[in-house]
Design a protein around this ligand. Structure first.
Ligand code: PLP
Length: 388
């Protein structure tokens, strides 16, 4: 199989599988005081250090979760409940128009259930970049404490947001106690990130986008940022997320983070593959549109449309050729609904229906580009024959 869907999930690396198997061979509960428990605890804490090191954060800021979705929910819902408990409640929640469904849905649920919490949507430009003047206006016009949630890189287009500028704007115009959450699920391991230096109070990471296991993730939280747990119980993760730790998955997450300490070589390889793919595509179909091409993008992602080549048809034909790509985000594909991200970028429905996403990862090779291009060539030739 030619697997070009690493933004949906990236297959576990060999070092990840080895770390998980080793952890599964231990029977300890990380909270137990006996030797087996201490071994499990050591694996969890080593993974915590490795995840923290990957994003230049303090180990104590890392809360392990069941993935990016839970970490996003913990950030938003935990911040709102935590601020309320500290009697400094949030009254405004601003979420960008291109956020992942897990952020959007959590924000909507909060605005429908928390009295006095108003939800606003931050628009994006044609290239998918947060509209900074619009955000400035939203910050200046509203009243009360605000939480802003923006992603570092978009899962569909790969467009990278200017988090430093957004942070500056928030500090200048957001008022007292303004908070920033960054969903960095698609950015970690693909661009250098420093949680310590970033103006963010919360940051979300997911293991399976890094070549770690599915069902593991983390929320990083700065000291002093409000946070109430979503799950109560045994008080694991310093009371911030109860439940027996999934030691094997956490160990795998740590191994994935460790393998990315020197990500530069991997990232420049993705850039070569992606740039070659896009150059070949434009030679094949000069009318193809590459979304977000005018903005900085993570090096592994290409989201494009060939006019009159419907994504659904293309996905099936590519699959028959053994090529796995995606249309829009994996979570909404299958539902055959137009991409919210492309709509927010002002892409018309007809073109958006043709949107395909290729995302490279650690398994990707030159031959994968050859395979997807020759598969697309057959489809594009057929399109030309039908139009003739
Ligand atoms: N945020 C972004 C930007 C994502 O791309 C995804 C997954 O596609 C998530 C959050 C959710 O992460 P998980 O699959 O670990 O729940």
């Amino acid at each position: 199989m030619i697997y070009l869907d690493h933004n949906a999930t990236s297959p576990p690396r060999e070092s990840v599988k080895a770390a998980m198997l080793a952890a599964l061979d231990d029977v300890g509960n990380a909270s137990s005081v006996h030797a087996a428990g201490r071994t499990a605890r050591a694996r969890v804490e080593q993974a915590r250090d490795r995840v923290a090191a990957l994003v230049d954060g303090a180990s104590s800021s890392v809360i392990f979760t069941s993935g990016g979705t839970e970490a996003n929910a913990l950030a938003l819902k935990g911040a709102v409940a935590g601020a309320l408990a500290a009697e400094d409640r949030l009254t405004r929640l601003l979420v960008s128009a291109v956020e992942h469904e897990s952020v959007r849905a959590a924000a909507v649920a909060l605005s429908e259930t928390v009295p006095g919490l108003k939800l606003g949507e931050i628009p994006v430009s044609h290239d998918g970049l947060i509209d900074l003047p619009a955000l400035r206006l939203q910050l200046m016009q509203g009243k009360g404490r605000v939480l802003v949630s923006v992603m570092a890189a978009n899962n569909e287009t790969g467009v990278v947001q200017n988090i430093a500028e957004i942070g500056k704007l928030l500090r200048a115009e957001g008022g007292e106690g303004a908070l920033l959450h960054v969903d960095a699920v698609q950015a970690v391991g693909r661009i250098p990130l420093s949680f310590r230096r970033l103006a963010a109070d919360y940051m979300t990471v997911s293991a399976h986008k890094l070549g770690g296991p599915q069902g593991a993730g983390a929320l990083l939280v700065k000291d002093g940022a409000p946070l109430a747990p979503l799950v109560d119980g045994g008080g694991q993760e310093l009371g911030r997320r109860s439940g027996t730790e999934n030691v094997a998955a956490i160990a795998g997450f740590g191994a994935a983070a460790e393998s990315l300490r020197d990500m530069a070589a991997e990232v420049s390889r993705f850039a070569l593959l992606r740039d070659r793919f896009e150059a070949d595509l434009l030679r094949l179909a000069p009318d193809a549109v590459i979304f977000g091409a005018g903005a900085e993008r993570i090096a592994n992602t290409s989201n494009f449309a060939v006019p009159n080549l419907a994504a659904e048809t293309a996905l099936i034909a590519l699959d028959l050729d053994g090529v796995a790509v995606s249309s829009g985000s994996a979570c909404s594909s299958g539902k055959v609904k137009p991409s919210q991200v492309l709509a927010a970028m002002g892409v018309g429905q007809d073109l958006a229906r043709c949107g395909l996403r290729l995302s490279f990862g650690w398994t990707s090779r030159e031959e994968d580009v050859d395979a997807v291009i020759s598969s697309l060539r057959r489809l594009i030739d057929r399109r030309a024959a039908l139009a003739a």
